[in-house]
Design a protein around this ligand. Structure first.
Ligand SMILES: Cc1cc2nc3c(=O)[nH]c(=O)nc-3n(C[C@H](O)[C@H](O)[C@H](O)COP(=O)(O)OP(=O)(O)OC[C@H]3O[C@@H](n4cnc5c(N)ncnc54)[C@H](O)[C@@H]3O)c2cc1C
Length: 260
């Protein structure tokens, strides 16, 4: 049972962060950009026993562009991720431009965005489509865990996300279906990727359906796409949105491959 006023911890090192996580046995919230957490705690301050503020932990806002992969610190804001990743993953930059609005993106972090594992999350869907790994800090130190495995186990904090660089000749397309033209939560979204050999994969999500890889298509055949969407178990209306998102992502992929 938590007291009404949670304890406030402000670790500066990963060792202090790990100690804070261990001391509170899952009865804590990690404060990143606060865009979701702060309104939640304002409504229900006794929800957790401790708030562990990530904003002063060394190195969590670093971006490392290696030869094989790009590593984004968990505290990199969505706005910065959009700028830094645009030359490497243009489809993700487009997706981030559609995430929330600029004031939110200036505060919200890539770690906080992924940690929610919201089925309408552009970040989760992209990271799943690109087989990214989470770097998690826990009692035994840091370890990698594929984003595809889902939720962060209690007692762990996300410190970074590692994304393999696209292979030469790879192209991608992103699309999302919104309720209104002006924005709002996505009903469905899709990322289509093609490799140099012409193999295409499509990942869709939204409306309660977590990011789902629809399979590899040598050639995108309409029926193969419809069949794999029906296997998601989505309700008919949601299947229609997923299909529309997948088809638009494929059209955008074709345009990225041949902009003329
Ligand atoms: C107006 C508005 C519109 C939005 N629209 C969209 C949208 O279109 N698409 C979309 O995807 N999202 C959207 N969001 C959600 C927004 O992206 C999230 O609020 C934000 O990403 C949360 O990030 P944060 O850094 O603010 O995390 P916080 O609010 O600080 O934390 C959120 C949760 O993540 C946990 N957490 C944070 N960092 C870590 C970490 N490093 N390791 C483990 N757990 C962690 C916290 O404990 C907490 O439970 C919207 C939010 C708002 C307010």
């Amino acid at each position: 049972m938590s007291s009404l006023q949670p304890l406030y911890l402000r670790p500066r090192t990963r060792a202090d962060l790990a100690a804070g996580l261990a001391a509170h046995h899952g009865d804590y919230a990690l404060l990143a950009g606060g865009q979701t957490l702060v309104p939640l705690l304002q409504k229900n301050p006794g929800k957790v026993g401790a708030i562990i503020d990530l904003r002063h932990v060394e190195g969590l806002s670093d971006v490392h562009e290696g030869d094989a992969e790009v590593t984004l610190g968990a505290m990199v804001t969505l706005a910065e991720a959009q700028d830094r990743l645009a030359p490497i993953f243009p489809s993700f930059a487009l997706a981030l431009a559609k995430t929330a609005n600029l004031p939110v993106r200036n505060w919200a972090t890539i770690g906080g965005s992924l940690a929610l594992f919201d089925t309408a999350s552009e970040a989760w869907t992209f990271l799943h489509a690109y087989d990214a790994d989470m770097i998690l800090l826990g009692p035994e130190g840091e370890a990698r865990r594929p984003v595809a495995l889902g939720a962060i186990p209690p007692g762990f904090a996300l410190t970074a996300i590692a994304i393999g660089r696209p292979s030469p000749g790879e192209a991608a397309g992103f699309a999302e279906i919104l309720r209104r033209r002006s924005g709002g939560r996505a009903l469905a979204m899709g990322f289509a990727r093609s490799n140099a050999g012409g193999q295409v994969t499509v990942t869709v999500s939204g409306s309660g359906i977590p990011p789902t890889r629809l399979g590899s298509f040598g050639q995108i055949a309409g029926k193969a796409l419809v069949d794999s969407i029906s296997k998601t178990g989505a309700a008919p209306a949601v299947r229609a949105w997923l299909l529309a998102a997948a088809r638009r992502a494929l059209a955008n992929l074709t345009e990225a491959q041949d902009p003329s």
